[in-house]
Design a protein around this ligand. Sequence first.
Ligand code: NAD
Length: 415
Amino acid sequence: MNDENTYQLALKQLDRVAKKLKLDPNIHEKLKYPKTTLIVSIPIVKDDGKLEVFTGYRVQHNIDRGPSKGGIRFHPDVTLDHVKALAMWMTWKCAVMGLPYGGAKGGVCCDPKKLSERELEKITRRMTNELAPFIGPRKDIPAPDVYTSAQNMAWMMDTFSTHAGHAVPGVVTGKPLEIGGSFGRLEATAQGCIFAIMEFLKHKKKKFQGCTVAIQGYGNAGSVAHKLAEKAGARVIAVSDSCGGAFRAEGLPYADTIRHKSGCGFLEGLPEAEAITNRELLELDCDVLIPAALENQITEKNAGRIKAKLIAEAANGPTSEEATRILFERGIPVLPDILANAGGVVVSCFEWAQNLMGYFWTEREVKQRLYEIMALAVKRTVDLAEAEEIDMRLAAYMLAVRRVAEAARIRGLYP
Ligand code: NAD
């Protein structure tokens, strides 16, 4: 993926919504730029005794509505422009969900598949050390993202707390339960996505039960979406990871699929399934397509061939602007990323609130509150999209940007 494209895409989306909202040009100008951009060097001694320096980024896009919030990913494609786009999307995501946050994102340019657990721990701890003056429960709160997990968050929390001299669980979310994590956080992104699909279908007087589903990406978002879709009575007919995909018209049982993936690390060779490519998966005839891998998967090149009746973006930025237009013209609704994958940050917000209170909720409470927030955000987005005869991405952006712009206007500009 071309990084300039990701950032250009984020700016183009902002321009489109600014025009539609007739946004104050001064506020539009402010929102184009991240508030803070950090580039850090992360030197570590690798297992073979050689020193290697990795580059890490943390971008805080906006803090008008509260501290900034967003994940940290470890991936070879991470660059500054890439992180800038992801940080801006976090601002809109938090705003559309009504969370008291601004947006941020971070990343380390590395290939985690080629690093040992010890090396990953060193990168995480050194990155946290470099970011320490800029993050904190009232400043900026990281979380897991692509190829980072609850374990990385535990190392971050431990490093930050060691500096502080006391436990600071609220500095990161997505932590293990034992150190202040929340029930439901692991499933939250996929759970939110499934709630969003169900609410959308309910609005259209349809049911998720019996729907055929194709899922691209089989990490935290994709694999849990498989489990929850199956639980909700849908039939998951195709799944994929970075090495390729598997298809079975009768449905791929979650238990068999995750056993195979956990055993050998990939989906290739899944018994009783047909091998398909990621491209074929995206173009499958199905009721719901869930892109849950990386950016820019549905573009003007393949948007005309998409046969899904609904797309729910569990991944960030999987659909280009041009593809969004083509899909809208073809009558294929897209539940946009800032809405469809917001379950993760919603439950992250719950985790943070529980950490600040020192009082914890049950799994049922978490799920119920997540449902309420998702259902309200989907309803507002669908209502606006229908009233204005626009796509749901533009509608969600209008709701989000309006909230951020209003906060910026009321707070005013210092000095
Ligand atoms: P993950 O690291 O757990 O999994 C990523 C998955 O994508 C892996 O299965 C990998 O094999 C697959 N993948 C990588 N490259 C691919 C390719 N070219 N084609 C097909 N599959 C490919 O990451 P995740 O946390 O599941 O995140 C996936 C997406 O969801 C990202 O866009 C992320 O930003 C977004 N997201 C995640 C969360 C969360 O809480 N985990 C929250 C919001 C958004």
